[in-house]
Design a protein around this ligand. Structure first.
Ligand code: ADP
Ligand code: MG
Length: 481
């Protein structure tokens, strides 16, 4: 093992020890083996490629999607005394030529480059003549259409690497890699037998819970009454939701404030300050709130609505308990949240880089991720386990710190009901949705069942003795499984 990495860690970064996962990723790159590093935001991925870049001979390239990220990192490196530069569209052409000229002279150890640049003649000309020892792909999920921020230009990375005279070692890094994204990463970036590490997602001090009660407001009020001196965030799906909930809480005497993108800059700033300094310790907000806030004593994150996917949920819930003390993450689920999210997915036109076809694919995958989020709300297994598995971290199946682990479920045999459900769905050629299926099973005589002649179905009224609520639970369980 390389001792020098500790020297670099100390002299350049001022740290004494590595965090979970970092060391083996660094060792692998130094030994010439590709890596795939999956760690949550803030875990320290940059160091995993920067330290090898400083120890390997020659130049290292870092492919990064965001100009602001590149600028920050390059500034930090130069402050540490490492010669680094970035090449992206924020440079004028003369500036770009100059930087490339210096790069050719071997002035930089680390060069950050935007993916669009890689296959341009100027850059290729430099790259083939330089001795590149490492290509690090940051935010590597951008290569996958399963990821949240698909960037078609990331697909050029493997072609770029192939056009080099000698293949450098390649490292891919991301914070969000579900199984699908991880497989895509490895395949699409053509990593060679990569050492893969998925670490650091578990936050042991967070308690997770899902509630299905109808009266969300009463629940939230009760929670706040039971935790009068705590600070926390309540996330709502829409601005309107924020307005309404905040109003009600204020009317009921809670020290709430609000945050969403529809407010003026001044109000957003003032409200965030009031929350940060505990003048108004209860923040009601949309997902616009949270980026860059660094409040360590957030004791709870309540979700008044279910977010659109597990990535969003884990990021938002993860704002609780930064100080390491226990904090609660409670999601208040209702079926309506699924519908709201479906509506958002169909209406999303944000990414202008995508063609119609790609957009259709992205939507398809968004729907899939919404499904996984919904299953989280219905599973009876350990919630933490479900989440960690989603992020690729496999471990124990009982955490003792979530509502499922702490609940004694009544186990009932649902074989007969499940058989009837599946039978009913199949004999109706899978043409009907959940509500209709449940109506048929219960033998409803409503307009739709009669008009479509569904009372002729073999399974009609086969479960007429069960409550709709129970049948729905069973169906949700089957879908989650
Ligand atoms: P990521 O890219 O994974 O979101 P960064 O690479 O930006 O995270 O690192 C987040 C912060 O953690 C940075 O301030 C970095 O200096 C710090 N950090 C990284 N590794 C260590 C370490 N071994 N010890 C202490 N701090 C670290
Ligand atoms: Mg990073």
């Amino acid at each position: 093992m390389c001792k020098k990495k500790y020297e670099v860690l100390k002299t350049f970064y001022g740290y004494d020890s590595f965090r979970e996962g970092q060391e083996r990723l660094i060792d692998s790159l130094l030994a010439g083996r590709d890596v795939c590093g999956i760690m949550p935001t803030g875990a320290g991925k940059s160091l995993c490629y920067q330290i090898p870049a400083l120890l390997l001979p020659g130049i290292s390239l870092v492919v990064s999607p965001l100009i602001s990220l590149m600028k920050d990192q390059v500034r930090a490196l130069n402050q540490m005394g490492v010669h680094a530069a970035y090449l992206n569209s924020s440079l004028t052409y003369p500036q770009y030529r100059k930087a490339l000229g210096l790069a050719k002279e071997g002035r930089y150890r680390i060069i950050y480059v935007a993916p669009e640049r890689l296959m341009t003649p100027d850059f290729l000309d430099f790259a083939v003549s330089a001795s590149l020892s490492l290509v690090a792909v940051d935010e590597a999920h951008c290569v996958s259409q399963w990821g949240q921020d698909f960037r078609p230009s990331y697909l050029k990375i493997p072609d770029f690497i192939d056009s080099l005279p000698a293949r450098p070692v390649v490292g891919a890094f991301t914070a969000t890699a579900t199984k699908e994204v991880r497989e895509d990463l490895i395949r699409m970036l053509r990593l060679k037998d990569p050492y893969t590490a998925a670490t650091g997602f578990d936050r042991k001090n967070l308690y997770f819970e899902v509630r299905h009660d109808k009266d969300k407001y009463r629940q939230i009020r009760a929670y706040l009454q039971a935790h009068p001196d705590s600070s926390g965030i309540i996330y709502c799906a829409t601005r309107k939701g924020v307005e309404e909930l905040c109003q009600r809480l204020l009317a009921d005497g809670f020290p709430a404030t609000r945050y969403h993108a529809g407010l003026s800059d001044e109000e957003r700033y003032a409200n965030q300050e009031a929350f940060t300094y505990d003048e108004r310790p209860v923040m009601v907000a949309t997902n616009a709130f949270g980026m860059g806030i660094d409040k360590s004593n957030v004791r709870f994150v309540l979700h008044y609505n279910m977010p659109k996917n597990m990535e969003s949920y884990y990021q938002e819930a993860g704002r609780a308990g930064r100080d390491g003390a226990r904090a609660d993450c409670i999601l208040f689920y209702s079926g309506q949240d699924v519908i709201t999210n479906q509506f958002f997915i169909e209406g999303d036109r944000e990414n202008e880089e995508l063609s119609e076809e790609e957009l259709a694919l992205v939507r398809e995958r968004d729907r899939e991720r919404l499904k996984k989020m919904t299953f989280y709300c219905h599973t009876t297994e350990c919630l933490r386990d479900y989440m960690l598995r989603y992020f690729g971290e496999y471990g124990s199946h009982y955490c003792g710190m979530c509502s499922n682990c702490l609940t004694a479920f009544e186990t009932v045999d649902i074989t007969a009901i499940a058989n009837d459900m599946i039978g009913c769905i199949l004999t109706l050629d899978m043409r009907y949705g959940v509500n209709t299926i449940l109506d048929v099973l219960r033998g409803s005589r409503n307009e739709k069942t009669l008009r479509h002649g569904l009372s002729q179905n073999f399974y009609y009224a086969s479960q007429s003795g069960q409550s709709i609520h129970f049948l729905r639970q069973v169906l949700n369980q089957l879908m989650a499984k």
